[in-house]
Design a protein around this ligand. Structure first.
Ligand SMILES: Nc1ncnc2c1ncn2[C@@H]1O[C@H](COP(=O)(O)OP(=O)(O)O)[C@@H](O)[C@H]1O
Ligand SMILES: [Mg+2]
Length: 255
C-alpha cells in the first residue's frame, strides 16, 4: 500500500500558439476515486484531460501516472517521456469522448478489440472473448457485428465505454459523455458510469450533469480560465462555494 496518488499533475501549462489555455493546474487523483471537472465552456477542461493522457502535449509542468513520469521539468528544460511510455500510459487511461469517436467502417467488435490486439498485444481470440463479455455487460451482447451507424447515440457511447474497459484501464477519462445524446438516452449512460464507480474504477469525468456529479463524485474541481479555482467534496462545492466565480457558475446552471 502506498499513499501516492495514481495520477499527479503539477503546475501544468498548455498554450496553443499565443493562446495560453492551462495556467498552472495542480490535480491529484487517488486510486478508486471519482473526480468531476466542472466549469464554464472554454475554461480548459478538455485541454486538461487531453494533456493528461497526451492526446495533447503539455507546454510545461509535471504529470506522474502510476509511478511513471510522463513529463517533468529539470531546471528550465521540459522533459517528455519516450513515446513508448506515453503510449502505454494512454492505453491505461483511455478517454470516452462526447462524440464517441468510433471507427465508422469497423464493426462494434472490431472497434473494441483494436486497442487490446494492436496496443496491448493480446491474442485475438482472447480479445474477442473479452469484448463479447464487455458488450454483454453494457447491454449490447447482440450488437457485436453491427456498424456504429446502425446504433443509437446511447448504444454508441456504450460501445465506447466497452472499448475503454477492454484496455483494462487504471483510470478512465470522460469528456462530456452525455452531451451529444438525446435526453432520453442520458440516464442509461449515467447508470453505466455509476456502475463503473461502484466497481471501484478510478474515473475523471468532465460533465455538466450537476445532480449526477453531486451523487457520484468524491471530489469536484471547478475549472475556469485555465486554473482550478476551487476543489472539494460535492456538497461543499455546490452548497457553499467560496469563490464568487464558482457561486456565479452554480447560479448560472441552476437558472
Ligand atoms: N487544438 C486547439 N487549438 C487551439 N485552441 C484550442 C485547441 N483546443 C482548445 N483550444 C482553446 O482552448 C480553450 C479551452 O478549450 P477547452 O479545453 O476545450 O475548454 P472546455 O473543455 O472547458 O470547454 C478555448 O479557448 C479553446 O478554443
Ligand atoms: Mg470541453
Amino acid at each position: 500500500m502506498t499513499d501516492e496518488p495514481l495520477l499527479s499533475v503539477r503546475a501544468l501549462h498548455k498554450s496553443f500558439g499565443a493562446l495560453h489555455v492551462l495556467k498552472g493546474v495542480d490535480l491529484s487523483v487517488r486510486s478508486g476515486e471519482v473526480s468531476f471537472l466542472i466549469g464554464p465552456s472554454g475554461g480548459g477542461k478538455s485541454t486538461l484531460i487531453r494533456c493528461i493522457n497526451f492526446l495533447e502535449t503539455p507546454s510545461r509542468g509535471e504529470i506522474t501516472f502510476d509511478g511513471r513520469s510522463l513529463c517533468h521539468e529539470d531546471g528550465a528544460v521540459f522533459h517528455v517521456a519516450p513515446e513508448r511510455v506515453l503510449r502505454e500510459a494512454r492505453s491505461e487511461m483511455p478517454m470516452v469522448f462526447q462524440h464517441f469517436n468510433l471507427f465508422t467502417h469497423r464493426t462494434v467488435l472490431e472497434n473494441i478489440i483494436e486497442g487490446p490486439v494492436l496496443v496491448k498485444r493480446r491474442r485475438r481470440d482472447e480479445a474477442i472473448a473479452d469484448a463479447e463479455r464487455l458488450l454483454r455487460e453494457v447491454g449490447l451482447g447482440d450488437k457485436a457485428d453491427f456498424y456504429p451507424e446502425q446504433l443509437s447515440g446511447g448504444q454508441k457511447q456504450r460501445v465506447a465505454i466497452a472499448r475503454a474497459l477492454a484496455m483494462r484501464p487504471k483510470l478512465i477519462l470522460f469528456d462530456e459523455p452525455t452531451s451529444a445524446l438525446d435526453p432520453e438516452l442520458v440516464a442509461g449512460i449515467l447508470d453505466t458510469i455509476r456502475g463503473l464507480a461502484d466497481l471501484g474504477m478510478t474515473l475523471v469525468v468532465v460533465s455538466h450533469e450537476m445532480s449526477f456529479a453531486r451523487k457520484l463524485a468524491d471530489v469536484v474541481h471547478f475549472i475556469a480560465d485555465g486554473t482550478i479555482v476551487e476543489s472539494g467534496p460535492p456538497d461543499r462545492i455546490f452548497d457553499n462555494p467560496e469563490s464568487p466565480r464558482l457561486s456565479g457558475f452554480i447560479r448560472s446552471i441552476l437558472h
